[in-house]
Design a protein around this ligand. Structure first.
Ligand code: UDP
Ligand code: MG
Length: 325
């Protein structure tokens, strides 16, 4: 196989603290792979500034001036990790044979990228980076992440355990990905739906190099909930099942009350009445909320608003015209 053009896409949100180190490490692995003849010498790094409020963009521009391998996209406003990543993938697709996505915080092992590319040479279209150990994550993060993957799989969502968004995708898989016009983007769930020959590479997950996680608990829970409701209607089925169970229970209660009345036993009732009213009221609100969540999703999908807006870009001269803004 001839050498592929590789682009490494890195979404960045307020990452001024890690960016210089990230750029240095990614640039090194890129240069090493060019030397080893694994990729072409016009392969690049593409940093997507997701509407950062710190010096992230000016750093990208500075590094670009010194080293044209470093290229960047600036989104007009914060679009979120998944959308920023998509912006980078769609841009890079125009001029790359394969694209690797990686977070800016160096938690993922940059050396694994070489193995991704070797797998690409072997003919795989998608290579998933799978975390072997998460010993450096806090117990809480590990427990919640584990619970999340288990729950997703239980709900019938086809995702790879312990795989985040560190992966390689070939040009043709990205072209197919473009046809998924979902506004509620959850790439980890969509990519396995594409099919194509795929494989996994295991690596050790490290601690964030610097700065703090952009996924605090609230955002993480929102992300998990979004992931589930975007891919599975199991929660609604569960509501239906709960409705059915309550119906069965209420028939039992009715029989109990009628028999009690006929046999003259006194059916007292204030507590049971109030409790059942509250209980059923709660269940109904929960069900309504859940259904509302799905309707909200449909509402967003129907509007088909753009997922990201690109404000400016600094690309390699040869690539500028291939993917106009
Ligand atoms: N990120 C982004 N936009 C956001 C939030 C995060 O582009 O609105 C980027 C962030 O800069 C990082 C990646 O997404 O490169 C993953 O975020 P983070 O490392 O904070 O998440 P964690 O690893 O803690 O789950
Ligand atoms: Mg991280």
């Amino acid at each position: 196989m001839s050498k592929p053009v590789l682009t490494i896409v890195v979404p960045c949100y307020n990452e001024e603290e890690v960016l210089p180190e990230t750029i240095t490490q990614l640039n090194k692995i890129l240069k090493d792979m060019i030397q080893e003849g694994l990729i072409t010498d016009n392969s690049t790094l593409l940093f997507v500034d997701d509407g950062s409020r710190d010096r992230t963009w000016s750093l990208i521009e500075q590094f670009h001036l010194a080293n044209p391998c470093v290229t960047g996209l600036k989104l007009a406003k914060n679009a979120g990790h998944q959308n920023a990543l998509l912006a980078g993938l769609m841009k890079a697709k125009a001029y790359s044979d394969c694209v690797v996505s990686i977070d800016a915080d160096l938690q993922d092992d940059v050396q694994a990228i070489r193995e991704f590319v070797i797998k690409f040479h072997e003919g795989y279209d998608i290579v998933y980076g799978v975390r072997q150990s998460r010993t450096t994550d806090t117990f809480f993060k590990r427990a919640t992440a584990e619970g999340f993957y288990k729950l997703m799989i239980k709900m019938g969502v086809n995702i790879h355990n312990n795989h985040a968004d560190f992966r390689l995708m070939s040009k043709r898989t990205l072209e197919e990905l473009e046809r998924f016009k979902e506004v509620n983007l959850f790439l980890r769930g969509i990519v396995p739906l594409l099919g194509f020959p795929s494989t996994k590479v295991h690596y050790d997950r490290k601690e964030r190099f610097a700065g703090e996680s952009k996924y605090p608990l609230k955002k993480m829970l929102g992300f998990a909930f979004d992931g589930i409701t975007s891919f599975s209607i199991t929660p609604i089925r569960f509501v239906t099942l709960m409705g059915f169970l309550l119906f069965v229970v209420s028939i039992g209660a009715a029989i109990y009350a009628i028999v009690g009345k006929l046999t003259g036993a006194n059916v007292t009732g204030w507590t049971s009445l109030v409790l059942s009213v509250w209980f059923i009221g709660g269940v109904q609100l929960l069900a309504l909320g859940l259904i509302g969540e799905y309707i909200g999703k449909i509402y967003k999908e129907v509007k088909q608003r753009p997922l990201f807006i690109i404000e400016k870009e600094v690309l390699a001269a040869a690539n500028t015209n291939k993917a106009p803004l």
